[in-house]
Design a protein around this ligand. Structure first.
Ligand SMILES: NC(=O)c1ccc[n+]([C@@H]2O[C@H](COP(=O)([O-])OP(=O)(O)OC[C@H]3O[C@@H](n4cnc5c(N)ncnc54)[C@H](OP(=O)(O)O)[C@@H]3O)[C@@H](O)[C@H]2O)c1
Length: 306
């Protein structure tokens, strides 16, 4: 290779890095693009809206003028957490509703729930960790076949089929937006193997579907919002610069909604700047260094969990 080729390669690499960095910074500076998706009489669907981040997202969307279709599996809980709201509800158990036996009735429920509505926003928020009854951080071999199936169904089968069934609705209410709630755990975390892999599926699904929507000339954007630690009932933590409350996390998600992937960047990003810096720093490391750091940290948590 000539010196000229090396220089060109160097400049192109530097330019790519600069563009990515500019996209990263500017995505936190631009005003929220959420109003683009708020049409007259717009509806948003939030899955898993009975607690934690989903509850905070649904509440924030109501106050930003969206009609919200609340998804949950427990009608009494939905009524309890939204006592004064005139919201409609969609009852489906994410872990089982798309089994072969239940598929048709779930499809009918979804169809009935969205018919006649201008649905322009879907937030795929339902997601469960390894948690109960096994403890959060566990080796794969301590799972049961049933616990693995629940994780896969709730975290990926549900969002995949729900999105698939709703696509015609979104294509007719453009511009519309699908937000998938991801996690930094997608970086491949030992002792969180299944959860971590489901989150990685979610970001690849978001990237591929967004590219497909662009290729088809549809006005449907898909983004994956990558979160670090959030203090929620299932994941109680002490607040700090890196640990958000559910309300703060919902605020950041809605502020960045529609703005992830600026300047040709990836449509996967951390809505909260500090999680973004951590995620960036993790991805910039060689895998052996990151693996060693994550493993040491998580082995300690496994030890405490026992
Ligand atoms: N908390 C964190 O630190 C963190 C970090 C990164 C990403 N995330 C992601 O953020 C999302 C929300 O997490 P969270 O911490 O807010 O969790 P959460 O407080 O446990 O809320 C989960 C929601 O999903 C619902 N859900 C769970 N299993 C369901 C099922 N089988 N059918 C129907 N609904 C079901 C729950 O309903 P019930 O009330 O009926 O249980 C609840 O409304 C998840 O995708 C998670 O992976 C969280």
């Amino acid at each position: 290779m000539t010196l000229f080729s090396f220089l060109t390669l160097g400049y192109l690499t530097a330019l790519t890095f600069l563009l990515r960095f500019a996209g990263f910074i500017s995505s936190y500076l631009i005003p929220s693009k959420l109003p683009r998706y708020l049409h007259p009489g717009s509806w948003a669907i939030v899955t898993g809206s009975t607690s934690g981040l989903g509850l905070a997202l649904a509440t924030a969307l109501c106050s930003r003028g969206f009609n919200v279709l609340l998804h949950g599996r427990d009608p009494e809980k939905l009524q309890r957490v939204f006592p004064d709201r005139e919201c409609e509800i969609l009852l489906l158990d994410a872990a089982s509703c798309f089994s072969p036996e239940s598929y048709e009735s779930s499809q009918t429920k979804i169809h009935d729930a969205v018919t006649g509505k201008n649905v322009s926003l879907l937030i795929n928020n339902v997601g469960i960790g390894h948690s109960i009854p096994l403890g959060n951080f566990r080796p794969l071999e301590s799972h049961t076949p049933a616990s693995i199936n629940v994780l896969l169904n709730a975290n990926i089968t549900f969002m995949t089929h729900l999105t698939y069934l709703l696509l015609p609705t979104f294509s007719s209410a453009t511009p519309s937006l699908i937000l998938n709630i991801g996690s930094v755990a997608e970086l491949a975390m030992p002792y969180l193997t299944v959860y971590s892999a489901t989150k990685s599926y979610m970001s690849t699904f978001s990237k591929a579907l967004d590219a497909e929507m662009r290729a088809e000339g549809k006005g449907v954007r898909v983004e994956c919002m990558v979160l670090g630690d959030v203090d929620t009932p299932v994941h109680p933590m002490e607040r700090s610069l890196s640990v958000l409350s559910a309300e703060e996390a919902a605020g950041w998600v809605l502020e960045r909604a529609g703005g992830i992937g600026m300047w040709g960047g990836e449509n996967i990003g951390a809505p909260y700047w500090f999680h973004g810096v951590l995620w960036w720093a993790c991805r910039a490391q060689p895998w052996w260094a990151l693996r060693a750091g994550i493993t040491a940290n998580l082995r300690e948590k496994v030890r405490k969990d026992k």
